[in-house]
Design a protein around this ligand. Structure first.
Ligand SMILES: Nc1nc2c(c(=O)[nH]1)N[C@H]1C(S)=C(S)[C@@H](COP(=O)(O)O)O[C@H]1N2
Ligand SMILES: [Mo]
Length: 380
């Protein structure tokens, strides 16, 4: 492809590396990563902020569901970063295409690509920093991340539609063998694609251990090492950060509200039937770790307060301020026998940082909703 600047000498690019085929080859992997990232992100959004009609239908199984989808979300987002950079590098000569605007349609197309690139870069960059819990910007991460995802989806669909003839050609040429890679293709393109594959493999392998325990030893760059932390479990927010002190727990009682309200001391809670479950904390920031929890079933506590089999729950933490102080739990979660008000972790009494004296642990649930330092449980 010849590219000419408005003035001065023509710019030459190693055309093969910047042609439609390279762009399409990288683009379809980028599209796949973005599609996975988008779908799993929407799952995460609805698990965390379900509209009223949905809350009671959210499934509490499979118990590892959120660990899986959120692990995929973060991994596909990280994999998309080298793919997006490679894709931008492959197509950047088009920025110099002349004339810059050929028609109204062409102008619209360029605007949509600009929106896609800007939203994509911002989305991946802010998402990556969020895995480090680093928020060097003035806006609230979650709503912006969510809105950008839809902007990306819209501009991506438009982009694929506009580029469809090239994408189709890429696939038909490949399957008819006209573009057999070894002979007709230069080693430069294959080297480029190999390099991109290696980069994606490297960033994935060195971070995916944060949610896949078996690969934990390769986890060089995942910000939270799941193997670190008191009682074998990382801590996202310490008791000190949440303003929960031993003194403030001195006369702790669990308040259970419902048609027949009651309160329980820690001793009375321990005297109730205890259950043991093995469930992960699956943090929205990407790390996951399984642990052995012991405690009282939430449905038993609700039932004793007069909540029927349809009861859902509202949980209030002792933490004075914080986005996760109050948590709502739909019916399927509240009634699941695996959902506990946990008193013990990995064979020990819960430590302060893991939510002493009592915390929620439920299956298929984002970490942010596994409320620590529970003071109050309500039949909702
Ligand atoms: N009250 C309260 N509960 C909370 C939080 C919090 O900030 N306040 N953080 C949540 C988050 S984001 C996660 S990932 C889990 C982490 O639990 P852990 O610290 O025991 O590993 O607790 C959740 N429970
Ligand atoms: Mo979290």
């Amino acid at each position: 492809m010849p590219f000419t600047l408005p003035s001065g000498p023509p710019v030459t690019f190693k055309a093969r590396l910047h042609d439609a085929r390279t762009a399409t080859a990288i683009g379809r992997w980028l599209g796949l990563a973005m599609a996975i990232c988008f779908a799993t992100g929407v799952v995460s959004h609805y698990l965390q902020h379900p509209p009223g009609w949905l809350a009671d239908h959210l499934p509490s199984r499979p118990y590892w569901g959120y660990r899986f989808t959120q692990g995929l979300h973060v991994a596909s987002g990280i994999a998309a970063i080298p793919l997006l950079l490679a894709k931008l590098w492959a197509v950047y000569p088009r920025l110099f295409a002349w004339p810059p605007v050929r028609s109204v349609l062409h102008a619209l197309e360029r605007v949509s690509v600009a929106v896609l690139v800007a939203a994509g870069l911002l989305e991946l960059f802010t998402g990556l920093l969020n895995t480090f819990q680093w928020y060097p910007w003035p806006f609230n991460f979650v709503p912006v991340h969510y809105a950008l995802a839809w902007i990306m989806l819209g501009s991506l669909l438009l982009h694929v539609a506009v580029q469809w003839p090239k994408i189709r050609d890429h696939f038909t040429l490949r399957s008819s063998g006209t573009l057999a890679l070894p002979e007709s293709d230069g080693p430069d393109r294959r080297r480029l694609l190999l390099g991109v594959t290696a980069a994606v493999g490297a960033v994935t392998l060195t971070t995916v251990g944060q949610s896949v325990t078996a690969l934990g030893r390769l986890d060089l760059f995942g910000p939270r090492s799941p193997s670190h932390g008191v009682q074998g479990l990382p801590v996202n927010r310490t008791a000190a950060a949440a303003g929960v002190t031993a003194a403030s727990l001195a006369d702790w009682r669990l308040i259970v509200d419902g048609p027949s309200p009651y309160t329980l001391t820690l001793e009375e809670l321990r005297a109730m039937p205890q259950h043991e479950v093995i469930l992960p904390i699956a943090c929205v920031e990407g790390w996951s770790k399984s642990a052995r929890w012991t405690g009282v079933r939430v449905r038993d506590l609700l039932e004793r307060a007069g909540g029927g089999p349809e009861a859902r729950a509202r949980v209030v933490s002792l933490e004075a301020v914080g986005a996760y102080r109050v948590m709502e739990m739909g019916r399927l979660y509240a009634q699941d026998p695996l959902t506990l008000l946990a008193l013990g972790l990995n064979g020990e009494v819960l430590s302060m940082d893991h939510g002493y004296p009592a915390r929620i642990i439920a299956p298929n649930r984002p970490g942010v909703l596994q409320t620590k330092w529970v003071g109050r449980l309500e039949v909702a």
